[in-house]
Design a protein around this ligand. Structure first.
Ligand SMILES: Cc1cc2nc3c(=O)[nH]c(=O)nc-3n(C[C@H](O)[C@H](O)[C@H](O)COP(=O)(O)OP(=O)(O)OC[C@H]3O[C@@H](n4cnc5c(N)ncnc54)[C@H](O)[C@@H]3O)c2cc1C
Length: 391
């Protein structure tokens, strides 16, 4: 029986980056996914600058649009549009993007097998047995769990979450006139449910339209998406995909490793809490996990994540708090030069999010928001720490 140096569970951005880095360093690497690439994934597919930097020189990004204009609305009203001289967000379809990451991992020497769902893990000090749904098993010295926000590896490691949100999304094929209306521009709407927002992301002949809000507000979140689509005249467009998915942000003290199993990306709850942007966190944490395995130093992974990713997550929690309290004032602040500059810096990823929020005008705006009374409290269920559990 083969004993792999590394088995990666999940062939999304986190798993495929981990596999590429480890395999390139000579680690015998197998990636398992229950799906076969190219596969659909519920996701806006908006790549910020941090994501582009993480894949630069590794893959050619299959962009369907590069937006330099953003329209902001507050529950459909008070709209304004800002333009930046250079692209802010690059729009991809996840089936195509992830398939390029798969090809890069294979080119580096990893083996990727699709159509194999992992059921569970058993480990002892020497290695890990990865149990598959078809009754077989594979054995590895180390496992990287990258099976997304509801996966089995988070349960094995005991990942705890402080924030769980529900994202609903539709992929809409649109006629040329509608596509032209959106080309180069995205829309963000700050919604009626605390901490919620909706988006339109243009992708050539398709629009990705979605909403995200704290879990526990399912009816209101669905109603928000319905109203948003109706306002934009898109309610009757037949969807190519109509799906929902949970996003989860880790608690500050949540583990990133249990024995010989590391978790990365959504499986670790690594996600920017305000925007719920997760691709850059998946790409970066996967890379760090793969590098730790290649170096034979598993301890290094948690240190690297705490140093490079956790400060931005803390900043995101802070921004979400003030955004939830006063989305109306948040909206108004975005129209100011300081607010727009903060947004541009976030999209471009020129500085880490914590450094962006630490700039004097942004700090002043956040403390102003702190002093205002909240419009509505976040639902009690939304912030409760949760341990990864079967759904
Ligand atoms: C509605 C919505 C919109 C979003 N929009 C954006 C956006 O515009 N930009 C952005 O940066 N982020 C966005 N995100 C977040 C982003 O999608 C995730 O953070 C990102 O996909 C995480 O990557 P990952 O590799 O950790 O996990 P995933 O991309 O979820 O990949 C996990 C892989 O594991 C596989 N898998 C799962 N279970 C098993 C199993 N038991 N056995 C084997 N394989 C398994 C799956 O098939 C999948 O291929 C959005 C999320 C949602 C829900």
């Amino acid at each position: 029986m083969i004993i792999w140096d590394l088995v990666v569970v999940g062939a999304g951005p986190a798993g495929l980056c981990a596999a590429r880095v480890a395999a390139a360093a000579g680690v015998r690497t197998l990636v398992l996914d229950r799906a076969v690439h190219p596969r659909y994934k519920t996701c806006g597919g908006g790549l910020i600058g941090t994501s582009l930097s993480a894949v630069a020189g590794r893959i050619e990004v299959p962009a369907h649009d590069r937006v330099d204009r953003v329209t902001f609305t507050r529950d459909g009203r008070r709209g304004f549009t800002r333009r930046h001289g250079t692209p802010l967000v690059t729009m991809v379809r996840r089936d195509e993007f992830d398939d390029r990451l798969r090809a890069a991992a294979v080119a580096a020497g990893a083996e990727v097998r699709g159509g194999l769902a992992v059921r569970g893990l058993d480990q002892d000090p020497d290695g890990v047995r990865v149990r598959l749904a078809d009754g077989t098993a594979v054995t590895a010295r180390t496992v990287i769990g990258a099976d997304g926000s509801s996966g089995v590896t988070a349960r094995h490691v005991g990942v705890r979450f402080r924030q769980v949100d529900l994202g609903l999304e539709r992929e809409l094929p649109v006629p040329p006139a509608e596509a032209a209306r959106w080309r180069g521009r995205l829309l963000l709407d700050w919604g009626p449910v605390p901490g919620s927002y909706a988006w339109v992301f243009p992708k050539g002949d398709r629009l990705t339209v979605g909403v995200i809000a704290a879990r526990g507000e399912g009816d209101r979140t669905r109603a928000y998406l319905r109203d948003f689509l109706a306002r934009l005249g898109l309610a009757e467009v037949p969807a190519e995909h109509d799906s929902g998915h949970l996003t989860r942000c880790r608690a500050d003290d949540s583990p990133l490793r249990h024995g010989r199993v590391l978790v990365a990306g959504d499986a670790a709850g690594l996600l920017e809490p305000w925007s719920r942007e997760g691709i850059s966190f998946a790409l970066r944490s996967g890379t760090l996990a793969g590098a730790a395995v290649a170096a034979g130093d598993l301890d290094r992974y948690a240190r690297d994540v705490h140093e490079r990713l956790v400060p931005s997550m803390r900043a995101g929690h802070r921004l979400l708090e003030v955004f939830e309290r006063r989305p109306d004032v948040f909206h108004a602040l975005l129209a100011t030069p300081a607010g727009w500059s903060m947004f541009v810096r976030f999209c471009q990823g020129r500085a880490s999010f914590d450094r962006t929020l630490d700039r004097v005008p942004v700090r002043a705006a956040l403390s102003l928001l702190d002093r205002l009374p909240p419009l509505r409290p976040r639902p009690a269920s939304a912030g409760r720490p949760l341990t990864a559990a079967p759904r």
